[in-house]
Design a protein around this ligand. Structure first.
Ligand SMILES: [Zn+2]
Length: 163
């Protein structure tokens, strides 16, 4: 496993649409392991493949630090409600902004063994799923921010969520 370099806003790879994963090759397996390691090392709650420069539909999410989800070719099935709160992104270091997201999300994805599973989340998990899936479309949260993009250092620690 290896820590990969996280691409930052302004890098064209972050604005491209990602391609479906057809099969789990050793390279894809290694990518997933590296994404998890890179996410944990950066203290993020999620990471999408384009953030490490790979245009594949793969995201990893872990909002508790001990419950990682690998989502390959994910699709949102249902969403409802609304939550408005701070959001950040490992590709937009040092910044945070207010974004409104659904408060409940149900999605379907393949895991690292290409087994289909459903995932349901509320609050932070729902936010993280939406944020990461946006990355696969080439979208960054900064385009959804309500009001100014703020500096993280001006905020309390517990306000932040980076993915
Ligand atoms: Zn992000």
């Amino acid at each position: 496993m290896a820590i990969r370099n996280i691409r930052e806003i302004g890098d064209a790879v972050l604005n491209k649409k990602c391609k479906e994963v057809k099969e789990i090759t050793p390279r894809v397996k290694e990518l997933i392991e590296d994404m998890l390691e890179t996410m944990y090392e950066a203290c993020g709650v999620g990471l999408a493949a384009p953030q490490v420069g790979i245009l594949k539909r793969i995201v990893v999410i872990d909002v508790t630090g001990e419950d990682p989800y690998v989502m390959i070719n994910p699709r949102i099935l249902e969403m409802s409600g609304e939550q408005t709160g701070h959001e950040g992104c490992l590709s937009v270091p040092g910044k945070s902004g207010i974004v409104t997201r659904p408060n409940y999300v149900k999605a379907v994805a393949y895991n690292e063994n290409m087994e289909l599973y459903e995932i349901e989340g509320t609050e932070l998990l729902a936010r993280a799923i939406c944020h990461e899936l946006d990355h696969l479309e080439g979208n960054l949260y900064v385009d959804k921010v309500e009001g100014p993009l703020m500096n993280l250092e001006d905020l309390e620690d517990d306000d932040e969520m980076e993915s």
